[in-house]
Design a protein around this ligand. Sequence first.
Ligand SMILES: Cc1cc2nc3c(=O)[nH]c(=O)nc-3n(C[C@H](O)[C@H](O)[C@H](O)COP(=O)(O)OP(=O)(O)OC[C@H]3O[C@@H](n4cnc5c(N)ncnc54)[C@H](O)[C@@H]3O)c2cc1C
Length: 279
Amino acid sequence: MIKEAAKYYNLKELWNNLSRHPENRVFIAGGSDLTISLKKGSVKTDCLVDISDIKELSLIEDRKDHIFVGAGVKISEFKKNDLVKKYFPAMLEAIRYFASPSIRNTATLGGNLANSSPSADGVLALVASRAVAVLNYYNQRKNSDIKDIFLGPKKNSLKKDELIEGFLIPKWEHRALFFKSMARKIFGISKAGLCICLNQKNGFIKDISIAVSSVAPVVKRCFETESFLKDKKIDLSVIEFAMGIISDEVSPITDHRSTNDYRREIIKVFLKRALNSIR
Ligand SMILES: Cc1cc2nc3c(=O)[nH]c(=O)nc-3n(C[C@H](O)[C@H](O)[C@H](O)COP(=O)(O)OP(=O)(O)OC[C@H]3O[C@@H](n4cnc5c(N)ncnc54)[C@H](O)[C@@H]3O)c2cc1C
């Protein structure tokens, strides 16, 4: 049962006061996942620490070779931002498929990663964009690959009180393609997802990142498919070959949302659609 709630507005306040709260405290940002876990009883706590208005977590700013995106930026806020439009196009694509307008107005990208769902659309955009997370633990900052944080369904490496402060999105010239299969046309959790960031010159793929969701225990990059496609001009035989490679890079399961056969097949179809669209 929740006995205590606290809200902080900047990191200094948070780190000065956090350890005074009950031991089993948890952070709450938008609450879109946490409130469900509390209701189901899968998370038990006496104390919620509200980080939804911490100013450092709501920044989007230019930092030389990267843009910094605060973990507390609400999903709906991304589409208004010019830096995001220029350097994080995968997120703009992801928003089109992400939950409902009301959820997008509260849900955050940090919560999307901390919740560690293999179907997370925001994480899919981050991984395809080669983002690195900035973690903060009582003012000690470190950068961490997303694969070192997101370890499996509902499993991550975050320590108690460790905060995702934000993400560094590298600046590289690319465009993004995003595909998501869901039970309903809108507002659905992903059965399978694919996000590609790439740039081409004279028809050849110069640089490419491919990430997939809901077809492995974590959202992951498909490095072998990427390296096969790099420096290739797309034709039918290249597409066929790439579909075979990506099929071997995923390890989908059957669950209440879909079957492993469907998931493997739709990832191949998404890749085919993506590559056909850039021929
Ligand atoms: C109806 C519905 C539809 C949805 N549809 C989609 C969808 O289409 N695509 C999709 O990807 N997701 C979807 N979601 C999931 C959800 O909205 C996201 O995972 C959301 O981004 C979580 O962010 P939040 O701010 O609400 O996190 P919260 O619910 O506040 O927190 C989730 C977890 O993350 C921790 N946490 C939050 N922020 C931080 C931080 N900065 N540092 C460390 N830990 C932190 C919390 O302690 C908690 O454990 C849906 C959810 C619902 C209820």
